[in-house]
Write a protein that binds this ligand. Sequence first.
Ligand code: 8Y4
Length: 273
Amino acid sequence: MLRCGPFHFDLSRPLVMGIVNVTPDSFSDGGLHLRADAALEHARQLIAEGADMLDIGGESTRPGAQPVSAREELWRIMPVIEGLRGASAPLSVDTGKPEVMRAALAAGASMVNDINALQQPEALEAVAAGDAAVCLMHMRGTPQTMQEQPRYRDVVREVFHFLRARMAAAEVAGIARERIVIDPGFGFGKTLEHNLALLRGLGAFRELDVPVLVGLSRKSMLGKITGQDVEHRLHASVAAALLAVQRGAKIVRVHDVRATVDALKVWRAVDPE
Ligand code: 8Y4
């Protein structure tokens, strides 16, 4: 069971989280209003395509991307969250900043997706204060430094221990286990070999007894495997999402919702619970 504010999921089937970027590089940059309108239209389209939840992000987390201020992040995402009030799918806010979490949750978001796993001061409290879910993700380093020669003795073990510790911190802060999702953080301070080891070893995270979310959509590891650049990674992304759910992932974070939903329908027809 996953509790996301007023939304409850029994997780008898995997969920598709659609990605809505509200960053200047993702939509033609015709000013704040046009950007919010484009993101809203995109969000509504993803819900129509079968997204179970949406992840709204105003800060680019690409390797090397520059951080943005809380004020800028709020300007970007708040019109989108407010515009989606009453939507049939829960909204997740992709942020590490407690100020942004509080504003988004007050405006009706039901989940916080934090690539920093609530390690910023006040982040645990910001989530604990309400009934939203949280995704705790593993990252080595920061988006600015994470591609600098990451080294692990045993990547599955190290990610597992980090996530177990962040789950414990979240529970101590008052976030019930049924509100917690974990994510090994594909691509965040990991080489291709680390990412493949995590995908192969994904089953190990089931021991933590909370849903596992996986984000592989269009990522550079798929570029390395296929030789395709970012706009031609749909097929690899669908294959990766399917492999992840076969290995126990309960939520897949994707750009291409319709294709992923169809692939999961085929999987379910063959492998019904
Ligand atoms: C093309 C498109 C190339 C996207 C790279 C990317 C995750 C995440 C991101 C994830 C969770 C990304 C916010 C990176 N990835 N949140 N966020 N899990 N929970 N890169 O794997 O999509 S952003």
